[in-house]
Design a protein around this ligand. Structure first.
Ligand SMILES: Cc1ncc(COP(=O)(O)O)c(C=O)c1O
Length: 455
C-alpha cells in the first residue's frame, strides 16, 4: 500500500459500515471463544484485518482512526514502509541463528542506539527480552543480583506485566493476583501521587507531600531501608489512567530515598517511552536519571516482539548464565527497532509529539470547561487521559458514561481506549497529521456531547 503523507488512507475518512462486531467478526469471535484462553480481556469486539498510517480496517470493512496506537505500540503507525523494508531485508538475510549464545551486529547496533538515547552520560549495558514483562523481569532480577537485597518497592496502581515477577510488582487489578499466590515475596506498595484523587484527601501543592511522609513512616515501622534493592515506577501510570505526578515528585524520591539508602531507581517506560510524551523518555520531564530503564511496546513499532532493559554498567554486572532468553533480541525485531529509532530522529517525531500534544491538551482542556462530564484532563505529549465524573465537586466516577463515550466514538469510527476506572486514554501514533488529530478530536467531542445530552 503506498504511503501518502498528510492524506487519510486512500483519501478515505473513518467509515463504519456496520456496528462491531459485524457478521464476519461475529463468526471469528465465536470460533475464538472455542479455542482461545478465556483469560484475555477484550477491549472491543473488533477483528482487525489490515492497517495503514493511523487507520485500521476490520474484517467487515469498517475503518477506524486509531487513537490508541494499537495499545500504545504503533508509534510509527500501521505498516510503515520503512519498517517493512528494513524487516524484509533482514528476513532475506538471517532471522535466527542460535539466540544469545552467539553474537550479532544488529543487537549491538540497537544496544548502542538505546544507550545513546536513554538518560545519563555513563557506561550502560542492555539486556534484550521479548516483551514488556520480560524487560521488567530482567530489571527485577538484575536489581536483586546487583544489590543482594531482598525487597522491592512499587506503587499502588502500577502495571508492569503478567509474568510472576512483573505481576508481583503490579497492583492495578486484583484479578491479576487472585489464585496465583504465593507471588514473589518482598514487594511493598507505596501510594502513587494521584493528585486528582489524593489518597490522603489533600490538595497539591498545599499537601506538604503527605505521600512522601507516608513512605518515611513505612521505613520507620515496616520496611528496613537497607533491605530494599530498588523502587520501580511508571513515570506516568498508564493502565490506571495516565496519572501524572507533580513536577518535584521523582526528584524527591531519588534524592531522599534512592541516593540516601542505595536503592536503584527503575523506570518502566514501556508505555511512555520512545517519544510518546514529547521527550524521548517520560522521566526526562522530571529531570531525574534512572539506574534502569525498561522499554518494549513501541520499540519495534509492532512489527515484532521485543523488550529491552538498559542499565548502568556497574548495575548490570551479573555473571554469564545469570539471565538470557532464546528469542530476546531477535534479528527481525532488532532490524525494525533500529529503523524505528532512525525514523524517530529523522522525522523529528519526539518534537512532533510535544507540539501536537500541546494542541491536543489545549483543546481537551477547553472542552473540559464546557463539559459536564470531564473532571480532569492530564498528560504529556501525545498521551492524554480524560477522567469522567458524574459531579465535578464530589468527583463520583462516571463509569457507565465513560463506556458510552468509548462506544459512541467507535460507532463514529474513532478507536479510543479505557484506563483506570473512568478514564479515556488518547495516544495516537506519533506520525499522525494535524488533520487527522483534529478529526479524531472532533469525533471524540461529538461522542462526548451525545452522551452528555442523554445523562
Ligand atoms: C507500563 C507497562 N509495563 C509493562 C507492560 C507489560 O508489557 P507486555 O504486555 O509486553 O508484557 C505494560 C503493558 O501494557 C505496560 O503498559
Amino acid at each position: 500500500m503506498p504511503r501518502k503523507k498528510s492524506v487519510p488512507w486512500n483519501g478515505l475518512l473513518p467509515k463504519v459500515v456496520v456496528r462491531v462486531p459485524g457478521p464476519k467478526a461475529r463468526k471469528i469471535v465465536a470460533r475464538d471463544k472455542r479455542v482461545m484462553s478465556p483469560s484475555y480481556t477484550r477491549a472491543e469486539p473488533i477483528v482487525a484485518s489490515d492497517g495503514w498510517g493511523c487507520y485500521v480496517r476490520d474484517v467487515d470493512g469498517n475503518i477506524f482512526l486509531d487513537f490508541s496506537s494499537g495499545m500504545f505500540v504503533l508509534n510509527y503507525g500501521y505498516s510503515h514502509p520503512r519498517l517493512i523494508s528494513a524487516v524484509e531485508r533482514q528476513l532475506r538475510k538471517l532471522t535466527h541463528f542460535a539466540g544469545t549464545d552467539f553474537y550479532y551486529e544488529a543487537q549491538v547496533t540497537l544496544a548502542e542506539m538505546l544507550i545513546r538515547i536513554t538518560p545519563g552520560r555513563f557506561e550502560k549495558r542492555v539486556y534484550f527480552g521479548n516483551s514488556g514483562a520480560e524487560s521488567v523481569e530482567a530489571a527485577f532480577k538484575c536489581a536483586r543480583w546487583h544489590t543482594r537485597r531482598p525487597r522491592m518497592l512499587s506503587y499502588v496502581g502500577g502495571f508492569h506485566g503478567r509474568t510472576f515477577g512483573a505481576m508481583s510488582l503490579s497492583s492495578t487489578n486484583v484479578l491479576h493476583h487472585r489464585y496465583f499466590a504465593p507471588l514473589v515475596p518482598g514487594v511493598s506498595f507505596l501510594p502513587y501521587p494521584y493528585c486528582y484523587r489524593c489518597p490522603f484527601k489533600l490538595e497539591y501543592p498545599g499537601c506538604g507531600f503527605a505521600c512522601i511522609d507516608f513512605i518515611k513512616d513505612m521505613l520507620r515501622k515496616v520496611i528496613p531501608p537497607e533491605e530494599v534493592a530498588a523502587i520501580i515506577t511508571e513515570p506516568i501510570q498508564g493502565s490506571s489512567g495516565y496519572i501524572v505526578p507533580p513536577p518535584e515528585y521523582f526528584k524527591v524520591i531519588k534524592e531522599e530515598f534512592c541516593d540516601k539508602y542505595g536503592w536503584l531507581f527503575i523506570v518502566d517506560e514501556i508505555q511512555t517511552g520512545l517519544g510518546r510524551t514529547g521527550k524521548m523518555f517520560a522521566i526526562e520531564h522530571w529531570k531525574v536519571i534512572p539506574d534502569i530503564v525498561c522499554v518494549a511496546k513501541a520499540l519495534a513499532g509492532g512489527i515484532a516482539p521485543i523488550g529491552a532493559t538498559i542499565a548502568r554498567a556497574e548495575v548490570m554486572n551479573w555473571e554469564p548464565g545469570a539471565h538470557a532468553s532464546t528469542f530476546g533480541g531477535n534479528l527481525v525485531a532488532c532490524a525494525a527497532a533500529i529503523e524505528g529509532l532512525k525514523l524517530l530522529k529523522e522525522e523529528k517525531l519526539v518534537e512532533r509529539a510535544a507540539k501536537l500534544g500541546r494542541v491536543m491538551l489545549r483543546r481537551l482542556t477547553d472542552l473540559a470547561e464546557r463539559s459536564r462530564l470531564i473532571g480532569d484532563v492530564r498528560g504529556k505529549g501525545l498521551l492524554v487521559g480524560i477522567e469522567l465524573v458524574k459531579n465535578k465537586r464530589t468527583k463520583e466516577r462516571a463509569i457507565k458514561e465513560r463506556n458510552a463515550v468509548v462506544q459512541r466514538a467507535l460507532d463514529k469510527g474513532l478507536l479510543i481506549f479505557r484506563g483506570g476506572k473512568s478514564v479515556i486514554r488518547l495516544a495516537p501514533p506519533l506520525t499522525i497529521t494535524r488533520q487527522e488529530l483534529d478529526l479524531g478530536l472532533d469525533l471524540f467531542e461529538e461522542a462526548l456531547r451525545e452522551v452528555e445530552r442523554k445523562c
